[in-house]
Structures are given as structure tokens and as C-alpha cells.
Design a protein around this ligand. Structure first.
Ligand code: IMP
Length: 432
């Protein structure tokens, strides 16, 4: 059975660890959207790996990884990651492929991302400045450059024409002409020599894998509340992080997705701007940030921290058709006297139990909390559910009740084996 693993909150839920953990039970891992704005951190035997573009499955020799058409690819970021993996003893040759339909992030995209944020001033999104938004803008504007376009080596062919037009547009916008299309083309030609052996028809390859009975994991980046359509627009990323994105971002049919696992922290974080109803501004927020080491894996920015928001996770359950949750960073809550869970919002005299579609309304919402006792005994590294303190089990049970799906996996630390897999849960089959 094929499994889709995605973020059920605002990103940074710990998808990297969960994908890495599940990978031995799959033959293929395929990333379907986003770019190197993502930071998927995996710890193996005390070593830290931060993957941005390459699926976290790459750390398992023998597993084939795909970067789908829905991903935007910065060739230099890709090469840097390949080199870093090689330096750590992981050879990607013959097991990493990139869709020829994936759009490229070009130098002017990074620049336009920064300019666009500066122009927005106080209304800035808080992007990762990686050029993600402008690259997707060009894709939707039908002027983007795709990986497969680099096959065109003629001096006045469509590739040169597209780059020239785009660089001219950039120069008009920026008001100078210090970027030369010839330089951009020359860099792309150099990049192609390295990219060419990686290029594949990803949809076809995935279809062939399924026909051969192989198991595929579809890996999302960012999270449901950062989805371009279903997130807290405009404070979102520019792609479909939800389960539906796996279909369009890889060229698979919806029936190829056998199950959907949502990854959620046992509390909530967000990096960048936009509403976060359960945000804690005082010492408690600071405490979560410090004990959870809540700093962006890509940008190092401090993450905003707050209590578990069950309204947000219930929404993720509906939008993605989640079968279960992987609940991460439970150990970060060790030693808290009590824990709040947001079960609804109070908004202009009204009580909402469903996520409002209007971001301004969400920003005006006050969380409605219920409070549970915390636990003193450490949970870090616990591998059996029964070994968790009784209060921690009660907390998880309540999260399951208010979120609407079981927590099939509970993560109690950053290492692979700091994990509880609930054998009695829907996830049991995914680990066989
Ligand atoms: P962009 O994806 O760089 O355009 O940034 C848009 C928004 O998504 C900003 O709030 C970013 O902080 C957020 N974002 C992008 N990638 C990630 C991620 O991997 N984790 C968490 N937030 C992200």
C-alpha cells in the first residue's frame, strides 16, 4: 500500500524523521511539492542530516527517490545537497531522479522574492527568501523554465528565448540591467551536465513501480495550514502541501494513495507571519522554543510556539483525509505543570469549532482551551506506549479525541529509535 506523509499544521512537524523511519518499508519515496524552503531534519546514530529538496528516504541505500513535477528546483541547491550527502557517505547515483516537468528556480527568483517582501513592508509573508513564490508565479504565468527545457542546446532556441524574456522583465522591474541573460543561460548549460543523468519521467516511473508491486511513500513539505489554497492565505507557501498535491505534483491518480499520515507536533509552531491562534508570547512560549529547539532548519529563524490547536488539526484531517497522526516531540512537554489544548475559537461572540476560511477572522479568534495535567517523569526515548507516564497517555488520548484520528506513531526524541509505533493502530500495516 502506498502512503502519503504530510504536515498537519504549519510545517516543521518532524516529517523528515517520520519519512526516514517509515522508509525501510517502502521501495520508493517521492516528494511532490515545495522546494529548498523545506528543512527536513533527520538524526541517525547521533549524526544530523538536514534535507531540503531530496526526500528523506535517501538515507536508506536501495530506496529510489523522486523529485516530482510539483517541486521547484534550484539546481545549485540540489547539487549542494547531493555533495553534502556524498561527503557523509551517501551516494545518490542511480537512486535519485528529478522530473523533467519540474520548474527551475533561477537567480532572478531569489532576488524577486526578497524585493517582493520588501515591497509588502508590514504585510510581508516572512518567506524563506529562496525564490519559491516567484518560481511558482512563473510556472502559473506560463513563462517558467522546466528541467526538461535544458535539453535545448541551440543558441537561439526556446530556452534562450524564455530566459532572455524573463531576465528582461526582471531588469525592467528592478530598474537596472546588471543581470545578463547570457550569464544565466551559461549557468544553466553547466547545470545541465550534472542534471541530465538525474532527469526522468517521474509519473511514468512511479506507474511502473506500482505495476511491479512496489510500495511508494509520497512525501509532502511545509504543512496543511501553509497550503496555497487551504492554508492561511496569503500567509502561505506557493504550492499544494495537502494530499491532493501528491496527485498533481507527481502525476499519479488519487487511488494510488492508499493511506494518509498527518504529522503533527504535540504542540504548535509556525515560522513566518500570519495568524497562529494558540501562540504563547511569554515565558511559556520561550520555554517551548528552547526545549523544542524551535529554530528554522532552513533559515535559523526562531519559530513561534503555542499550545496544540485541535481546530487546525481537525481541519487537516478533513482536507487530507488523514487516517492517522504521527505525533511528534512529546518529550518537549516533559515537566510542564499543565497543558492546554485548543478545542475551539471564540470569534466576535461566536464559538467556532471549524477553521474559518477568512484569515482576518482567524487572526481575530481567541482560543478556547481545556487544561490537562502535565507529567514529571521524562518521556524522552520511550519506545513503548505503556511506558509513558499516565498523564502523557491521557494527553495523547485527548488529542486523538479532539483531533478525530488516532495517533498511530508517537515520537519521543530526535533519533530514529525514539519512537512508539502503536501496533494496535491503523499504522501497523505500514510497518510490515
Ligand atoms: P516561502 O515558501 O519561502 O515562500 O515562504 C512562505 C511561508 O511559508 C513563510 O511563512 C515561511 O516561513 C513558510 N515556510 C516555507 N517553508 C517552510 C517549512 O519548510 N517549514 C515551515 N514553514 C515554511
Amino acid at each position: 500500500m502506498n502512503l502519503c506523509v504530510l504536515g498537519a499544521q504549519w510545517g516543521d512537524e518532524g516529517k523528515g524523521k517520520i519519512v526516514d523511519l517509515l522508509t525501510p518499508h517502502f521501495n520508493v519515496v517521492a516528494r511532490y511539492q515545495g522546494g529548498h524552503n523545506a528543512g527536513h531534519t533527520v538524526y541517525v546514530a547521533g549524526r544530523k542530516f538536514v534535507l531540503h529538496l531530496i526526500p528523506s528516504g535517501i538515507l536508506h541505500p536501495g530506496v529510489v527517490c523522486f523529485i516530482g513535477n510539483g517541486v521547484v528546483v534550484d539546481p545549485q541547491a540540489l547539487f549542494a545537497e547531493v555533495d553534502e550527502l556524498a561527503g557523509m557517505g551517501f551516494d545518490v547515483a542511480g537512486r535519485l531522479y528529478v522530473s523533467d516537468k519540474a520548474h527551475l528556480i533561477l537567480p532572478y527568483h531569489r532576488e524577486l522574492d526578497i524585493l517582493s517582501e520588501a515591497r509588502r513592508g508590514e504585510r510581508k509573508i516572512g518567506t524563506t527568501s529562496r525564490g519559491i513564490g516567484p518560481a511558482y508565479e512563473d510556472k502559473i504565468g506560463r513563462r517558467g523554465v522546466r528541467v526538461g527545457d535544458l535539453r535545448d542546446t541551440s543558441p537561439d532556441g526556446p530556452l534562450v528565448g524564455a530566459v532572455r524574456e524573463n531576465v528582461d522583465a526582471r531588469n525592467r522591474l528592478v530598474g537596472n540591467s546588471d543581470m545578463k541573460w547570457q550569464d544565466v543561460v551559461a549557468d544553466l548549460r553547466t547545470a545541465w551536465t550534472r542534471l541530465e543523468p538525474l532527469v526522468a519521467d517521474v509519473s511514468l516511473r512511479l506507474g511502473q513501480s506500482m505495476a511491479a508491486g512496489q510500495r511508494i511513500m509520497f512525501e509532502g513539505a511545509q504543512g496543511t495550514l501553509l497550503d496555497i489554497d487551504h492554508g492561511t492565505y496569503p500567509y502561505v507557501t506557493s504550492s499544494n502541501a495537502v494530499a491532493g498535491g501528491a496527485c498533481t505534483g507527481l502525476g499519479i491518480g488519487p487511488k494510488a494513495i492508499g493511506a494518509v499520515l498527518g504529522v503533527a507536533k504535540a504542540y504548535t509552531t509556525r515560522v513566518g507571519e500570519g495568524p497562529l491562534p494558540t501562540e504563547l508570547h511569554g515565558a511559556m512560549g520561550e520555554r517551548l522554543r528552547e526545549s523544542g529547539q524551535e529554530y528554522g532548519a532552513s533559515t535559523g529563524r526562531p519559530r513561534r510556539c503555542g499550545w496544540y490547536d485541535a481546530v487546525a488539526v481537525r481541519y487537516a484531517v478533513r482536507i487530507n483525509g488523514l487516517d492517522a497522526l504521527a505525533l511528534t516531540k512529546l518529550d518537549v512537554l516533559d515537566g510542564m505543570g499543565s497543558l492546554d489544548i485548543c478545542t475551539g475559537y471564540r470569534c466576535g461572540g461566536e464559538v467556532l469549532t471549524d477553521m474559518p476560511g477568512d484569515t482576518a477572522q482567524l487572526a481575530a479568534c481567541e482560543p478556547i482551551y481545556e487544561t490537562l495535567p502535565g507529567w514529571t517523569q521524562p518521556t524522552r526515548g520511550v519506545t513503548r506506549y505503556g511506558d509513558l507516564p499516565v498523564e502523557a497517555r491521557a494527553y495523547i488520548r485527548r488529542l486523538e479525541d479532539v483531533s478525530g484520528v488516532p495517533a498511530a506513531v508517537v515520537s519521543t526524541g530526535s533519533e530514529r529509535d525514539h519512537t512508539i509505533i502503536r501496533d494496535d493502530s491503523v499504522a501497523a500495516g505500514w510497518f510490515r
